[in-house]
Structure formats: structure tokens, C-alpha cells
Design a protein around this ligand. Structure first.
Ligand code: XMP
Ligand code: MG
Length: 181
């Protein structure tokens, strides 16, 4: 499996430090107000579980799995919810925890969905962002690392459902995804 890795971008120690810094920023921002933390499955599973254990407010854990239809979903607000959360978000502070923001389409649509459901406040924390790939302008409230336009795997991120369990974040060799096209 590690033969497919081009290079390690962030190792375990670096990730751990950044996760704690993000948690500090988030703690300051909410000033102790309780939140609903929405894990966007499957990619954010490790990041979200590591992050929320450093948060000092009351946290309700929720899981969601979605897929968007590209640009069409931004204008139509259409998002396929494959697995929905259990909590009612009305009047609540929602923190969406994402693995990576690429085109920005998924998060734009997902924020719209929680707004429609009556959340009081919606914020987004993402482990990674690829700003060069945006199709819609989108800024997360908290970002772990900005990455260039390379395909990244590990620490939850996958290619064809593989490599999620790598303990670090790495760039995948181009030959791996180009051969399988
Ligand atoms: P948007 O809507 O912002 O969606 O394009 C972001 C989703 O795209 C996937 N994605 C990646 N997944 N390595 C991955 O494992 C990558 O380099 C990558 N770039 C985009 C991911 O599912 C994310 O939720
Ligand atoms: Mg994802």
C-alpha cells in the first residue's frame, strides 16, 4: 500500500499539533456554548474524533453522509443525503467537520441545508483545503492545512475507499489514479 505514496505531506506529530491548535481556536470562538458536531463521513472520521476530544464545551456527536451533484447542486440546493443526523438543529450551533474542501460545492450545499432546517449558527472546520480548485467561493471558518492540487490520502482520506487507515496525510502517486481511469 505504501508503494503508492508519492510523499508524506503531514506526519502524525504535525497533524496532532494542528488539531490541538484548531481546537483552541474553536474553543475561543464558541466561549463555552454547546454545539452539534457533524462528522461528514467517511473522510472526516479520524480528524473529527481527534478534534472534538479537545473541545471544552458540551458536544453532541452526529454523523452524516452526503454526495453532491457538482455545480448543479449549488443552484438547486440538491444534495443526496445517504445518512442523516438524528438531532434537531433548530436554534442550535452546528459545527460541520469535513476532511477536505475541493470545489466547495458540497459544503455550500450542506450549509444551505442546515440553514433551511433552522440552525442558529453554522460553522465549518476542515482538515484540508485545496483553494486552487474552487468552483464556488467558499471559506471554512477553521482550516487545518492548505494543500496544492494533488490527490491526497490517509488519516481518513481515500482513493476508491483505500488508504484511509494510513496514520499520515500523503500525496498519492499519479500513476495510481491515472492507470485506473
Ligand atoms: P467538494 O464539493 O468541495 O467536495 O469538491 C469535497 C470532497 O471531494 C473529495 N476530495 C478528495 N478526497 N483526496 C480525497 O480523498 C483528495 O485529494 C480529494 N479532493 C477532493 C472528498 O470526498 C471531499 O469530501
Ligand atoms: Mg468527503
Amino acid at each position: 500500500m505504501t508503494n503508492d505514496i508519492e510523499c508524506v505531506l503531514y506526519d502524525e506529530a504535525r497533524i496532532d499539533r494542528r488539531v490541538r491548535e484548531l481546537a483552541r481556536e474553536i474553543n475561543l470562538c464558541y466561549g463555552g456554548r454547546p454545539i452539534i458536531a457533524v462528522f461528514v463521513l467517511k473522510g472526516s472520521a479520524f480528524f473529527a474524533s481527534d478534534l472534538i476530544r479537545w473541545l471544552d464545551m458540551e458536544v453532541t456527536m452526529e454523523f452524516m453522509s452526503v454526495s453532491s451533484y457538482g455545480m448543479a447542486s449549488v443552484s438547486s440546493g440538491r444534495l443526496t443525503v445517504k445518512k442523516d443526523i438524528d438531532s434537531d438543529v433548530r436554534g442550535r450551533d452546528v459545527l460541520i467537520i469535513e476532511d477536505i474542501i475541493d470545489t466547495g460545492v458540497t459544503l455550500t450545499t450542506l450549509k444551505g441545508l442546515f440553514a433551511e432546517r433552522g440552525a442558529r449558527d453554522i460553522k465549518v472546520v476542515t482538515m484540508l483545503s485545496k483553494p486552487s480548485r474552487r468552483l464556488v467561493p467558499f471559506e471554512a471558518d477553521f482550516t487545518g492545512f492548505e494543500v496544492p492540487d494533488v490527490f491526497v490520502v490517509g488519516y481518513g482520506l481515500d482513493y476508491a475507499d483505500r488508504y484511509r487507515n494510513l496514520p499520515y496525510i500523503a500525496a498519492l502517486k499519479r500513476s495510481v489514479y491515472e492507470n485506473e481511469k
